[in-house]
Design a protein around this ligand. Structure first.
Ligand SMILES: NC(=O)c1ccc[n+]([C@@H]2O[C@H](COP(=O)([O-])OP(=O)(O)OC[C@H]3O[C@@H](n4cnc5c(N)ncnc54)[C@H](O)[C@@H]3O)[C@@H](O)[C@H]2O)c1
Length: 284
């Protein structure tokens, strides 16, 4: 029999997620809400961790409506003491944690010269420090249980290039990308894979509170992003699904840009895709 004849015929065999417990840090809205629902759809039980209780309760109810178990883990996950308590309760309620999706993150908006030490620390804490603490907590538990696992963080293209007007955020996201590689190396022997996604511009509820999805799409097209629009939370969640499932079982330590091609074009693609070729220079 060839390998192709053995290709899985069901989602359960293909993704290998049925019965796994997924912890979604920032699961109550946007990318987190979509990830919680897609993973539940594919057979995961879900711990919805969010600082806003109503959000955790809403998404946990959505997970249960899909026939899966859910646990509301309410608290400020950037506070290590709170995170330890919330994660201990969640693990006890769900019997373990197999998957971590780390989504919480936000940028302050200051020029380099205007960034204060407090603003700098705030962006490290709410982007990088909590990811270090919560993923370490979960990885220790995975190692103790000896069952392996998968961790996926949301970084940003701002961690892969200059990050004008939010230097602190860019450094924090670059820190996530670096930490993911080190974790992948140190945890690979325990069967734990660690990856991250670097979104470009995404139409999240928070982003669209500032400017509508239509304006955001137009801005992306105007910036010359090859796919000509912002990404969606559904698209991010589908890539989360790939990175935490058996579909990517030989992938670890990577940062996958999801930016409509933004990073791949250093040039303004509009100039090169729409303009007719220049006339040859006339001899004088
Ligand atoms: N929107 C974009 O264009 C874009 C681009 C690149 C990267 N990102 C990254 O994507 C991630 C998600 O962004 P978003 O705009 O969807 O976020 P969001 O604010 O919409 O969602 C984050 C969720 O986390 C919860 N949360 C916030 N602080 C928390 C805390 N301390 N403890 C527990 N829960 C908390 C919120 O209540 C919310 O439900 C972030 O890491 C962000 O940096 C976003």
């Amino acid at each position: 029999m060839s390998d192709l004849d053995k290709f899985p015929t069901s989602f359960d065999d293909l993704f290998g997620l049925r019965g796994k417990v997924a912890l979604i840090l920032g699961g109550g809205m946007g990318m987190g809400q979509q990830s919680s629902n897609i993973l539940a759809h594919m057979g995961c039980d879900v711990i919805v961790a969010d600082i806003i209780p109503e959000r955790a309760v809403t998404v946990a109810a959505e997970v249960r409506a899909r026939g899966r178990r859910a646990h509301e883990a309410v608290g400020d996950m950037t506070d290590p003491t709170t995170a330890d308590r919330v994660l201990t309760e969640a693990e006890a309620a769900m019997g373990g944690i197999d998957i971590v999706v780390s989504i919480i993150g936000e940028a302050g908006w200051f020029s380099f010269l205007d960034t204060t030490v407090d603003e700098w620390k705030k962006d490290q804490r709410r982007n990088l420090d909590y990811f270090f603490h919560c993923s370490q907590w979960a990885a220790r538990s995975m190692v103790r249980r000896g069952v392996g696992g998968a961790i996926c963080a949301i970084a940003s293209v701002d961690g892969m290039q200059a990050s004008p007007m939010h230097a602190a955020y860019g450094v924090a996201k670059a820190g996530i990308i670096s930490l993911v590689k080190t974790m992948a190396l140190e945890l690979g022997g325990s069967g734990i894979r660690v990856n991250c996604i670097a979104p470009g511009s995404v139409n999240t509820p928070r982003a669209n509170a500032r400017s509508s999805a239509e304006i955001n799409d137009l801005r992306c097209a105007d910036m010359g992003i090859p796919l000509g629009r912002a990404g969606t939370t559904r698209e991010i969640a589908e890539t989360v699904l790939y990175l935490v499932s058996d579909m990517s079982r030989y992938v670890t330590g990577v940062c996958l840009p999801m930016d409509g091609g933004w990073l791949s074009t250093r040039l303004d693609s509009k100039k090169y895709t729409k303009r007719p070729p220049p006339e040859p220079a006339k001899a004088t």
